[in-house]
Design a protein around this ligand. Structure first.
Ligand code: PEP
Ligand code: MG
Length: 765
């Protein structure tokens, strides 16, 4: 049978009727029933049904003509179940002449659908989420064509609006019939610890379509073309401006050239423009067409696991937002946050986050994200808990939903039950009390009970982190990760920019020593503007000093900036991922050359220079005799050192907890390094995560380390532990344990702490 396409003469008339129905004051169920009736008639289909997504990812039949009416509110299919569930899972249309032979066909006797051969269904999409399915069926084996599918998709936009209007299935509908709340626990990974409770604010979804359909497609096309031209022009202007002044703000808000080049490429993509033009021709308004194409792309791409492609989606979303802005004249996408906002997004850039009033943010939850994401780094500086990589997040969370965020474990509870809420309220209260307790140590010295001073240092990467230098006992910055300012910018900072960053850090540090670690990029620390190399084992790959020595220009620029920024001041530099003494020698020579260069130019040089090494590759521990005479200090990067010692990827959740830094093997290894450094009279610090966990820090102090560098939130807990520890009592106890062959000494050490009143908090594993 030929496809009696609705977009011939009757198309506009149908859209008008749909639009009238949407605006009608009649009860929403009644409007939905009328909708299915007119859609069935227009498509010459015997069946038209609307399934609505309900709590627990179940699609429920809400309206139908052609199927048995008693199936309404009775037929329910899980996402992925049956053809309707299949369409929802794919978030894409399906058109089948012989539906029953499809492997996903699920027969539901109550519907009486066994007599219908063909089926065409499209997802109802709202804000990139599937909120239901619209399907038509025919008795005969009908070949729906592409135009039929597109037509149904256009109608589906209106239906989706009705469904997500809140009148049909509002927040209360997310509760099942018996009225019990329908909580959902979603598991992700922790990107920043902490607990929070609040209400979901969906990022970048504040755009509301006021005009879905339009009578005059030509007028809409003119509008779209004008908006496209404005978009293209704005991108060109931004590129020109960038080329002209090459400026990048510290806040990272300036648009970088590379990103803009990508925008330019996308903006001129003919496929994109064609799809929007086609959508307008089906009767949508220009903005609805942009929105439909975006929704469709989002939904399709959310099922793609390739990270690179998903990242491109973020670019595409941004581009669409800009285009919508030009279409609607709505200048800003920024919004004010409620006081208890939990920001929910697919992915966020650091500038996106800083666009919000971060201090009002209770937490951030992302469908994507990784611990080294810029957004996680910024959130850490603000102490905002972040949970990332929550699969299907945007399908499961509605604007305004209550959410509990457990950043410690990396889980969230959406619409939590009273019990969950109460439990977390107590934990949040306890955490606040604990923080208050830590604050009481703020002005107290970092000394053990038997008067041994332990020097605390900060691990930092943002200016914001530096305010913790005021904490008593904090002697300086033990690890300034210079890659962080590189990572939060969208373009490579030139020497002058770097110099400015480092100078501000030194100013802020106010004469306390700052240990600058040269760029540690590569592996999972990606700079958006550097070409990415595909590597089998990135952590053991081309990263840090290895890149620096192969491409010395970048390191030399950085060293030049450091030397200049430290004019008349103390400069401490250390090199990451050094695996052999020779690498250190070469890197040090580069520094010396930059120093000579600065002298040669008659510029002021540092008053004092110390050059150190990060010990994070086990092989280096066996070259200390040749290395130490050349270095001024050593800092142990236990995160990398232990991952290489145990051959256990530090970011693989399957291995988390498998090997322990408190194993006799790792403690003996650390002790070996300590003894060598002590013999050579070289100060040695620990700056990996270990140093910031009270139990681990206790073990390190017991071994004889007395310089620990840690993230700001660890200062309170570690200092509290130190102030309650009698080192003379603990040291022999620990040294005796080192001969054991246990998997870990964790239990023994915890027992010691408990028996001797050493205060440990919950931060220890
Ligand atoms: C380490 O490896 O312990 C370290 C401090 O460096 P990063 O965590 O930045 O690799
Ligand atoms: Mg490291």
């Amino acid at each position: 049978m030929p496809g009696p396409n609705a977009w011939g003469g009757g198309a506009r008339q149908l859209l008008r009727r749909v639009r009238d129905l949407m605006a009608s004051p009649a009860p929403v169920e009644q409007r939905l029933n009328e909708l299915v009736r007119i859609i069935a008639a227009s498509f010459v289909a015997e069946v038209c049904s609307v399934y609505v997504m309900r709590a627990g990812e179940v699609l429920e039949l809400f309206a139908t003509v052609g199927l048995r009416p008693e199936a309404i509110h009775k037929t329910r299919l899980r996402v992925g179940e049956g053809l309707v569930g299949h369409i929802a899972a794919l978030a894409s249309p399906v058109a089948l002449a012989d539906a029953q032979s499809h492997p996903n066909f699920a027969y539901r006797p109550e519907t009486g659908e066994e007599i219908f051969s063909s089926l065409m269904g499209v997802p109802l999409l709202s804000r990139g989420r599937v909120v239901g399915v619209l399907a038509v069926q025919n008795r005969i084996a009908r070949d729906y064509d592409e135009e039929d599918v597109e037509s149904l998709q256009t109608i589906a936009m209106g239906v989706a609006e009705l469904v997500s209007s809140g009148d049909l299935v509002g927040a209360s509908e997310l509760e099942p019939r018996d009225g019990l709340p329908m909580p959902m626990r979603l598991i992700g990974i922790s990107l920043n610890s902490g607990l929070a409770m609040g209400r979901a604010v969906l990022h970048n979804t504040n755009f509301s379509l006021t005009r879905l359909y339009a009578d005059d497609p030509e007028a809409e096309l003119v509008k779209l073309r004008a908006a496209m031209s404005a978009l293209h022009a704005s991108i060109e202007t931004m590129i020109d401006r960038l080329i002209a002044d090459g400026r990048e703000d510290l806040g990272g808000h300036a648009e970088p050239r590379d990103i803009l080049e990508t925008y330019r490429m996308f903006a001129h993509d003919r496929g994109w423009q064609r799809r929007m033009t086609e959508a307008i021709r089906t009767g949508l308004s220009a903005e609805a067409a942009v929105y439909q194409v975006l929704n469709d792309t989002r939904a399709r791409m959310s099922t793609i696991s390739d990270a690179y492609l998903r990242e491109r989606l973020i670019d595409l979303e941004d581009l669409n937002q800009r285009l919508l802005m030009h279409l609607t004249g709505n200048e800003s996408s920024r919004r004010d946050l409620p006081i208890d906002a939990v920001l929910v997004a697919r992915a966020l850039g650091p500038a996106d986050l800083l666009d919000y009033d971060v201090r009002r943010l209770k937490a951030v939850v992302l469908e994507e994200g990784s611990p080294t994401d810029h957004v996680a780094i910024v959130a850490r500086a603000f102490d905002v808990p972040v949970v990332g990589r929550v699969p299907g997040l945007l399908l499961k969370v509605e604007e305004g939903d209550p959410i509990v965020v457990d950043g410690k474990i990396g889980q969230i509870f959406v619409r939590p039950s009273d019990e969950v809420r109460e439990t977390f309220a107590q934990s949040i209260h306890a955490l606040a009390a604990q923080k208050a307790l830590y604050l009481t140590t703020y002005d107290l010295p970092s000394k053990t009970l038997d008067d041994k001073d332990i020097a605390l240092h900060l691990n930092a990467g943002l200016l914001l982190d530096l305010e913790h230098l005021k904490h008593s006992g904090v002697e300086g910055i033990g690890l300034y990760r210079t890659e962080i300012p590189f990572m939060i910018r969208q373009g490579y900072p030139d020497v002058a920019t770097q110099e400015e960053i480092y100078r501000r850090i030194l100013d802020e540090a106010n004469d306390k020593p700052v240990t600058f670690r040269t760029l540690d990029v590569g592996g999972d620390k990606i700079l958006p503007y550097l070409a990415k190399t595909e590597e089998e084992n990135p952590a053991m790959g081309w990263r840090a000093i290895r890149i620096a020595l192969d491409r010395p220009a970048m390191l030399r620029q950085q060293l030049r900036a450091l030397v200049r920024a430290s004019a008349d001041r103390h400069l401490r530099v250390m090199f990451p991922m050094v695996a052999e003494t020779a690498e250190f020698i070469t890197a040090r020579q580069l520094l010396m050359r930059e120093l000579e260069h600065t002298e040669h130019e008659k510029q002021c040089t540092p008053s004092r220079i110390e050059v150190g090494v990060m010990l994070e590759v086990p092989a280096l521990a066996f070259q200390l005799d040749s290395l130490l005479p050349l270095t001024d200090f050593v800092s142990i990067g236990s995160n990398d050192l232990l991952q290489f010692l145990f051959a256990a990827d530090r970011s693989n959740p399957l291995l988390a907890g498998r090997y322990d830094g408190l194993a006799p093997a790792s403690l003996k290894f650390l002790q070996h390094i300590l003894h060598q450094c002590q013999a050579a009279k070289r100060p040695v610090a620990v700056c990996g995560e270990m140093a910031g966990k009270p139990l681990e820090a206790m073990a390190l102090i017991g071994l004889g380390f007395h310089i620990l560098s840690m993230a700001p939130p660890a200062l309170g807990p570690v200092k509290m532990m130190i102030r309650s520890l009698n080192l003379a009592q603990f040291q022999p106890f620990l040294l005796d344990l080192l001969t054991l062959s246990n998997h870990s000494l964790r239990n023994r050490l915890t027992a010691f702490a408990q028996d001797h009143g050493v205060v440990l908090d919950g931060n220890s594993k």
